[in-house]
Write a protein of this length. Structure first.
Length: 270
């Protein structure tokens, strides 16, 4: 059992609190039982799993699966586990996962997808990921100047759904927009003064929803590239919505339209 904070493995994992180290090591942190369960459920490659003896006793099946899936497993003291974690109260297990397999996922140019520009808050990104999976979105493109997808707070905010959404970090989101348009995908942006509301969108056709920075919003360049601009009706005096809420409203509207179409197809005619 590892008990020393000076152990080389402990030092290596602690470095993963830093984004630069995550890029250099091509690893990121999974903190807690739920994230480990989700990683194992989709067979995401794991490098190391560290847990306390108490956690191992409480989760024998998950421990056994993690042992088969990870390159290395270690029992650690509670002091070491707390040093490895970025959270104040870790629940007994920390893992490191390999970056490359998820980031290279291909995003199909069908259905509903998201393009996020300069989104900075990890909680917002994690929530958007969770919502995208809940509504059956095809995937997500993220501009390179946004918060890092492997940020531990993003993983936690996604409630484990991070593993289930194809994502790609791109240096130029405008190139993605052009590619989508060439393939016949409509590009939708939100604008406070747009005359049409998001309720009027045809979200049964392939659609890319582009959303911008929490403070500055979408850049003028991407706004100009959008095929359609829509507003979200709000009470007087409210200027804007949180970007994660905006994404959720449009994604659930797309799900509603899809469900309505499927229902109409299955309604018997008397």
């Amino acid at each position: 059992m590892l008990t020393s904070l000076q152990n080389p493995l402990v030092k290596q994992i602690r470095k993963l609190h830093n984004a630069k180290e995550r890029r250099e090591q091509q690893l990121f942190l999974l903190e807690g039982t739920h994230l480990l369960e989700e990683a194992c459920a989709v067979n995401h490659p794991l490098a190391t799993v560290c847990c306390t003896p108490h956690w191992q006793e409480r989760h024998p099946q998950l421990w056994e699966r993690a042992c088969c899936q990870a390159d290395r497993v270690e029992l650690v003291s509670l002091e070491v586990l707390k040093a490895l974690a970025t959270t104040v109260q870790p629940d007994g297990v920390i893992a490191t996962a390999k970056r490359d397999s998820h980031r290279q996922s291909d995003i199909p140019l069908t259905g509903i997808a998201l393009g996020l520009e300069t989104v900075q808050d990890p909680g917002n990104l994690g929530t958007i990921i969770r919502t995208a999976v809940a509504t059956g979105a095809a995937g997500l493109w993220l501009s390179g100047d946004s918060v890092e997808p492997e940020n531990p707070k993003v993983l936690r905010a996604s409630a484990g759904q991070w593993f289930r959404l194809p994502m790609s970090v791109v240096p130029d989101l405008t190139a993605v927009v052009r590619q989508c348009q060439q393939m016949g995908t409509q590009v939708v942006a939100t604008q406070a003064k747009a005359q049409s509301t998001y309720w009027e969108l045809d979200l049964l056709r392939p659609t890319l929803i582009v959303l911008g920075n929490e403070g500055a919003g979408l850049s003028a360049e991407l706004m100009a590239m959008a095929d359609v601009s829509v507003s979200i009706p709000m009470s007087a005096g409210v200027e804007s919505l949180n970007v994660a809420i905006t994404a959720a409203l449009i994604l659930f509207e797309a799900q509603r339209q899809q469900g309505h179409r499927e229902k109409s197809f299955h309604t018997p005619i008397n």
